[in-house]
Design a protein around this ligand. Structure first.
Ligand code: SF4
Ligand code: SF4
Length: 381
């Protein structure tokens, strides 16, 4: 057995389900990524633009790096619902995958070193610093799909990726064709916002995953209805994918974090800035931060109105975050327009609002409510 095969076997022994070695060079997707940036498809993720050259060239991650070991770990597939409504992308339901994958990558790095693989290494767990799906496809871990995710014959889209850049020289894994989308266009048709503009090109300006996780500002009102139940991420394009429905499952479960299994949208909305760190400790949901999660919860509560949700939304009109105050106005306007006092509550919130953007948002929510009222009272033809 050669050194490369030994390294791959050690990756599986360290607890990963998939492993392959990609050439340490700009991946095939680098050109597409630059075009995607140039078209402004990255929405508010300006850091992608600033770091584009570094992201496109993995050799910058470790100056004397020679090899890129890519690993995959299946995660559970069942849909994840919050108590009282609201859904969370499946990858984020359990322990934070950054911790899980990072721990195993460190274990693998130690074992490789002990086994005589020379030099330093650097572990990566996130798409941020490199175009990981393209490297993973080059390493034989699947193929890049029309929905711009990576599909594997056993795991479909339901697995995490991680990378280890090594100074040790390893031969790239010959990557046999892993499959293709063929004539399927199910994800393009099912995407609630039309965010998949063409094969492999997702416009973040329209993508619910981007807005509920990475967007630090307001979610555009024209996407509020499309959010439906999605309080963190969106799995629609993965759920409809035939590759995701094949037999096979995650090799292990990663638990469900208490912020998902024991809490609901109302708890998220009421979560204070002081308690957020403790309540969401060890969860990938933290990526959206407290204000982002409370914003998402307010909007979903507007889509799925309830008595308790209505009370929480009224309280949230006085939230410390302008982002949340505005979203609470929208939640009330969209889900509780018929409740006595809703219009007055939004008017009062607007009158005391000191943040100009939130004031504009509350005004738009109030105008939406007035429009609904007008159409409800219009004479029927
Ligand atoms: S994550 Fe949701 S919104 Fe984004 S492309 Fe997929 S289906 Fe569309
Ligand atoms: S739903 Fe169809 S087109 Fe979309 S990623 Fe899956 S196989 Fe490809």
């Amino acid at each position: 057995m050669g050194r490369s095969e030994i390294a791959l076997e050690m990756a599986l022994e360290a607890g990963f389900d998939l492993a392959g070695i990609a050439p340490l060079e700009p991946p095939p997707a680098a050109g597409r990524f630059r075009a995607w940036l140039a078209a402004g498809r990255h929405a508010g993720m300006d850091w992608l633009q600033r770091q584009a050259e570094r992201i496109c060239d993995p050799r910058r991650l470790l100056p004397d790096g020679r090899s890129l070991l890519v690993v995959g770990l299946g995660h559970p597939r069942p849909p994840v619902a919050l108590a009282g409504g609201g859904r969370v992308a499946r990858y984020a339901a359990g322990r934070d995958y950054h911790n899980l994958m990072g721990k195993r990558l460190r274990k693998l790095a130690r074992r490789l070193e002990a086994a005589g693989f020379e030099g330093r290494s650097r572990g990566i767990v996130d798409a941020g610093p490199l175009l990981e799906r393209s490297h993973a496809a080059a390493a034989g871990l699947g193929f890049e799909s029309r929905a711009a995710n990576l599909l594997h014959p056993r795991f479909g889209p339901w697995f995490f990726l991680g990378e280890l850049v090594l100074e040790a020289e390893l031969d790239p894994t010959p990557a046999p064709p892993a499959g293709s989308c063929g004539t399927c266009t199910a994800c393009i048709e099912a995407c609630p916002t039309g965010a998949i503009r063409e094969a492999g090109v997702v416009d973040s300006n329209l993508c619910l995953s981007y807005h509920t996780i990475e967007n630090r500002g307001s979610i555009p009102p024209e996407l509020h209805a499309e959010l439906g139940d999605w309080a963190f991420g969106c799995d629609v394009c993965s759920e409809v994918c035939p590759w995701g429905r094949r037999d096979g499952d995650a090799s292990e479960t990663h638990g469900t974090h208490r912020a998902v299994s024991e809490a609901g949208l109302v708890d998220w909305l009421r979560s204070g800035r002081e308690t957020f760190a403790e309540e969401f400790r060890g969860s990938a949901l933290r990526r959206a931060r407290r204000d982002g999660l409370a914003r998402n919860a307010a909007l979903v509560l507007g889509n799925r109105p309830s008595e308790e949700g209505g009370s929480a939304l009224r309280e949230a009109l006085a939230d410390p975050s302008p982002l949340v105050r505005e979203a609470a106005g929208w939640g009330l306007a969209r889900g509780h327009g018929a409740d006595a006092g809703t219009a007055d509550a939004i008017d009062a919130a607007r009158a005391r609002e000191t943040d100009p953007a939130a004031e504009r948002g509350l005004a738009a929510a109030r105008a939406h409510l007035a429009g609904v009222e007008r159409s409800e009272h219009a004479p029927r033809a």
